[in-house]
Design a binder for this molecule. Structure first.
Ligand SMILES: *Cc1c(COP(=O)(O)O)cnc(C)c1O
Length: 389
């Protein structure tokens, strides 16, 4: 292929995306506070972030990041196995393990890297991974990278999971992996059934708490929500959503953590998390325990948002999760509604394939502790209006 043909092929593929209403672009919003951004001199209400507790702009969390920079500098200078672990990371890992009720924890640079590195670090060719069809892309990528046999079960279909497990050959390790709170639908996985099946069929259980930490189980996530923290082998999550920072983590026993330190390539070959992110996350984690009113406020807002949406006959799940999937079907319609809301000063991004299945395009409305009652009321009214035609 000539260079000219390479460019032609890439341009054609981008053109196709545009025609299919699937072309994606980054928009340069300027953050103002935890619930507002600015664009071209206009202020917008943010209804599409995962900043569930508003911790990105919490003064204590900011101070934690500042102190970490002043004490340890802006960068960490190298991978942990090369240039060492800064004491702040050790403290954060001890805090995370204590918080989740495990013996050990390991932080990664993002939740994405935690999933990719954990699944591929623990599982390999000849092993078997059972994965929910709606699991996050980083879980899917971790499964692919591992080289293990991947068995996808229908979303939260425990009968299907049971059948797949029953059909597995006797050899190879087994891992059941699931989102705790599903990122695009906001439903909670059926953990008690998953744990039972894992015991029956000899499998490890891994739960991704990206949208559960700081949200359910007193902020401790899905395993705590169900009282099953002793039965989940791997509680993984991100520092970048409710905790308002950046980074991923894995809480597990010493065997699993040591396996990851030795086999997880996204851990081994990447420079350690920057001190600012660690300092911020450490304080955010303390706030979850010290100031439970943040989580209480989030729950109150989720309740209010549910009421406001129901006032307009928009169906809601009532599961106390701050994710409201407003499914409209076509990509075009999702974009159209999103644009109408934008004109009214609300950012509510259209979610299209491949993030969700074909015909399931939606607006993914998220509520945070920092939204006001007036914000929620206004969003429900404006959304109902935009959905009308
Ligand atoms: C956001 C998300 C991740 C990735 O975390 P990052 O820290 O943003 O890389 C992983 N899993 C799920 C379920 C997520 O929603």
């Amino acid at each position: 292929m000539f260079r000219k043909a390479i460019w032609e092929q890439m341009n054609e593929s981008l053109q196709t995306l545009k025609e299919e209403h699937r072309f994606r672009q980054c928009t340069a919003y300027t953050p103002i506070d935890s619930t507002h951004v600015e664009l071209n001199g206009r202020k917008y209400l943010m209804m599409a972030s995962n900043n569930y507790l508003g911790f990105t702009h919490n003064s204590d969390v900011i101070a934690g990041a500042q102190k970490a920079i002043e004490t340890y500098g802006t960068g960490s200078g190298g991978a942990r196995l090369t240039s060492g672990t800064n004491p702040l990371i050790t403290e954060l890992e001890e805090d995370l393990a204590f918080f989740k009720g495990t013996t050990k924890a390991l932080v990664f640079n993002t939740g994405y890297m935690a999933n990719v590195g954990t699944i591929s670090g623990l599982m390999g060719p000849g092993d078997h991974i059972l994965s929910d069809e709606l699991n996050h892309a980083s879980i899917i990528d971790g499964c692919r990278l591992s080289g293990a046999d991947v068995h996808v079960y229908r979303h939260s279909d425990m009968k299907h999971l049971d059948e797949l497990l029953a059909d597995l050959p006797a050899t190879g390790k087994r891992l059941i992996v699931t989102d705790g709170v599903f990122s695009m639908d906001g439903d909670i996985c059926h953990l008690p059934a998953i744990v039972n099946l894992a015991k029956e069929h000899g499998a490890l259980v891994m739960v991704d708490d990206a949208h559960a930490t700081g949200v359910i189980g007193e902020g401790k996530g899905t395993a705590h929500h169900y009282g099953l923290s002793d039965d989940v082998d791997i509680q993984l999550g991100t520092l970048s959503k409710a905790l308002g920072s950046e980074g991923g983590y894995v809480c597990a026993n010493e065997v699993i953590i040591n396996t990851l330190i030795n086999h997880s390539r996204s851990f081994i070959f990447s420079t350690a998390l920057v001190p600012a992110a660690v300092g911020a996350a450490k304080v955010a984690l303390q706030l979850l325990e010290k100031e439970p009113y943040h989580i209480a406020q989030l729950r109150a807002n989720v309740h209010d948002m549910s009421k406001d949406l129901e006032r307009h006959n928009i169906p809601v799940a009532h599961n106390a999760i701050p994710i409201f999937p407003i499914i409209v079907g076509s990509d075009e319609k999702a974009l159209e509604v999103s644009e109408k809301l934008f004109e009214k000063g609300i950012i509510l991004t259209a979610i299209r394939p491949p993030t969700v299945a074909q015909g399931q395009s939606r607006l993914r409305l998220t509520v945070t502790a920092d939204h006001t009652k007036e914000d929620l009321w206004y969003v429900a009214d404006t959304l109902a209006e935009a959905l009308k035609d």
